[in-house]
Design a protein around this ligand. Structure first.
Ligand code: RET
Length: 278
């Protein structure tokens, strides 16, 4: 087996049953498949919105493409990182090493976009929008990079994982304070009939972004195949919730807002899009 100090992630240390291995492949495959498929949904949705809101689903489509590619890479790496020995799927001691680090790299792109979608969807005015976006993005990127550094420590003694996990969590809390600031501005700024949306999106945001630190900490519970596969499942649930379902929620909000602001989509857009009238 591989040297724990060299391989970075626990995936490279644990043999999997064929059931666990197949489940891992399936989880990654469903994730990238869902992200790629929803590119079409978000592009079509943009046709139904007032021009100022079209960028919201377009940004979701960009996130779908970026995350889809990163998850496709994780899938191929998973397939290349194990060999069946007749009984179990063994992590290869030579050749490919599985890594979750690509996920963290990808978040550097997707997280700033996801955060910027909020003040755009809630129609904050230009100078405030830019300022608030920047103030969320700075702690978010620091959160990701400190977490990226820390996750390489999960196979050795766990002190590096824990120390950088705590530092990253401090940036997470700082980021959440800034996000709550945007939600506050959104509550003041939302039409009365949509006033419940910013608060609901805030709770949804907390519940779904909060899954990532749990996945990060999971190797604490031990080195087993169930932990390895369970973590890919948690990552996958978090990915689909924080990007895909979140994008649908924001799109529904701006669709209602477009209508309230008197925007009627062109007849042909309504005819070609199943999402048109609402
Ligand atoms: C880390 C390290 C451990 C502590 C914390 C973390 C938080 C990660 C988050 C990631 C969100 C990612 C998203 C990606 C979408 O593409 C880095 C795991 C708090 C909140 C939304």
């Amino acid at each position: 087996l591989a040297d724990p100090d060299l391989v970075g992630n626990i995936e490279n240390l644990v043999a999997l049953t064929s059931g666990q291995y197949t489940l891992g492949s399936l989880i990654l495959m469903v994730s990238y498949g869902a992200h790629f498929a929803f590119i079409v949904y978000f592009l079509m949705t943009s046709l139904t919105l007032a021009p100022r809101y079209r960028i919201v689903p377009i940004l979701s489509a960009i996130v779908m493409a970026s995350a889809g590619l990163s998850l496709l890479r994780e899938f191929s790496l998973w397939e290349a990182s194990y060999a069946f020995d007749g009984a179990l799927f063994q992590p290869l001691a030579e050749g490919n090493v599985f890594t979750n680090a690509f996920r963290y790299g990808n978040w550097t792109i997707t997280v700033p976009i996801l955060l910027t979608q909020l003040p755009i969807a809630f129609a904050l005015a230009r100078p405030e929008l830019h300022k608030r976006a920047a103030r969320m993005i700075v702690p978010a990127v620091l959160m990701i990079w400190t977490g990226l550094y820390g996750q390489f420590g999960e196979t050795a003694d766990l002190s590096r994982l824990n120390l950088w996990g705590v530092i990253s969590t401090l940036f997470f809390v700082w980021m959440l304070v800034e996000v709550r600031g945007v939600i506050g501005a959104a509550i003041r700024n939302s039409p009365v009939s949509l006033a419940a949306w910013p608060k609901n999106i805030w709770w949804y945001f907390l519940a779904t972004w909060g899954i990532y630190p749990i996945a990060y900490a999971l190797p604490q519970l031990g080195l087993t195949g169930d932990i390895v596969v369970g973590r890919q499942l948690l990552f996958s649930i978090a990915d689909i919730s924080t990007k895909l379902v979140y994008g649908i929620l924001l799109s529904r909000y701006v669709l209602r807002r477009s209508a309230l602001e008197g925007y009627a989509p062109a007849a042909e857009a309504l005819e070609t899009s199943p999402l048109g009238a609402s």
